[in-house]
Design a protein around this ligand. Sequence first.
Ligand code: SAH
Length: 216
Amino acid sequence: MNFDIARKRMVESQIISRGIKDRRLIEAMLKVPRHVFVEEAMAAQAYSDTPLPIGEKQTISQPYMVALMTELLQLSGSDKVLEIGTGSGYQAAILATLADRVYTVERIRPLALKARKALDSIGLLNVNIKISDGTVGWEEEAPFDAIIVTAGAPDIPEKLVDQLKPGGRLVIPVGSQFEQILVRVIKQEDGSFVRDDIAGCRFVKLVGRYGWGTEE
Ligand code: SAH
């Protein structure tokens, strides 16, 4: 399997053809080796148009969903970004390629450790990973230019909105445990918010203090 060819095809048929326009993002998706972020046995499927299991009942998101959410963050290169739900580390790798610094939080230790290894193996040094409940954000590092939540939330956690800079963007799936709407919130200079509902989506659940309980 030639991964470079598979990746180029993925970007053409799943990303550009569906309307993603941000040139820097397209370059990042051409560059970051997605197969490094899945189990070796699944490497051949890494560039298919679907989410994939990564262990611990979690998934790496579909490539198009990664692109759509990232484009909505409007990264310029100098941004400080927070991600909740490190999972495989692939989304963090895309963010790290487009932003200055990435802070990412994962509640499941083995996933965080695997993600660390994958990010190190491709030389991305601007990603900090914390093993914790990300629904409270990352207070010590706030405020952020952009915050992305890659698990489905019952509501928008207030702490995350608090940790946005004026002009900052938050992208988060909000809804039930089975389906959500991808929502973008932009904090205005005067502290008010503009909310846009973007598209339907399906994510694993955000589990934590301001998310779902573990038993539900
Ligand atoms: N961005 C990931 C997709 C991860 S799936 C990728 O690129 O692969 C969602 C992840 O969110 C899971 O790994 C899950 O364990 C994690 N998660 C769920 N609730 C969380 C919480 N409160 N804090 C941190 N991580 C959480």
